[in-house]
Design a protein. Sequence first.
Lengths: 340, 54
Amino acid sequence: MIKVSIVGGSGYTGGDLLRILLFHPRVEIQQVTSERHAGKLVSSVHPNLRKICKHKFVPIAELEPCDVLFLGLPHGQMMNRLGEFESLAETLIDLSADFRLHDDAAYETWYGKNHACPDKLDDFVYGIAELHRERLKTAKRISGAGCNATATILALHPLYQAGVVESAVVEVKAGSSQGGNAVSDGSHHPERSGAVRSYKPTAHRHLGEIQQELGADNIHFSATSIEMVRGILATCHVFLNQNLEEKDIWKLYRGAYGNEPFIRIVKERSGIHRYPEPKILAGSNYCDIGFERDPHSNRLVVISALDNLMKGAAGQAVQAFNIAQGFDETTGLEFPGLHP
Amino acid sequence: MGECPVCAAEIEVADDAMAGELLVCEDCGAELELTSLDPVTLAEAPSAEEDWGQ
């Protein structure tokens, strides 16, 4: 059994990590940390884990050595305590934004401050299995990708890989759980409920990692908060540099994702579920991707959907963990979501 | 084996299939007509025509 501890386990991502790993046949949960809830039962914060998780939160200062540390700390903390965590576990899987970018200048651009340990940026493998499976097999440092970035990168990767993109404009509709479990003026129920709020029309931080992973800067990104708890729907308007038929697009996506366990091409010809939608993906590790070629222009609309806490965070991290440990990468991630 | 005219997926055609038979592409869901057997050719089935043989 692999001994796993979760640092920063009281957040929503920590809760989903626990929900997955408590049923993982090759994992033993050793400790779960929370400074604010130290001493309390984990299930007092994650009530879906009542009668399942007997652990109590401990402070980071009481962490003991283990095999793998999953880190769900707020952005900016991990990089300042890296040495401390490296002394506790051979493998670190960081779900914050601290090690997603490989270039310290890019980090400063998107996060507005200097990176605390720029010499360590290249140690981390970006955690999207569909792009970095081979490197993940031997990785000891893994950085989980941003949720919006994951939806966008997976939607567009086959097209950028094929060199067929003139430019792309991405609009993401985002659920409220992206904001974490800390309250803010914006999360107050009378303000948040029913809102359709453009919260980042330009300069969203995830654009840095999107550009890095797609190897392109001809991509633009906006995000809108909507009335949804879990989920992301990314609508990507792609302007093609050549005339491709729908059949050609099919071939590109089938070539990139035909053997991927968690990518589904969703493009039905009838019914009410013709394109990806996040509702049916809640709790699952799938990313559904669909597309439609505009017959009157060079625009291709690519639509992707996922659960931001799963394929966009905890599920993606466990998938990467499975690969790094040599397990079947779907272990613990088989839940297909709910319908209706 | 045939090819879907909509999405280019490979379509398995049974040994005892008959011309005019309807098949569904598992990838894109297109309803296809087996227009010939040797060689195997498939065409997208018209969705709004009558007397379609179903």
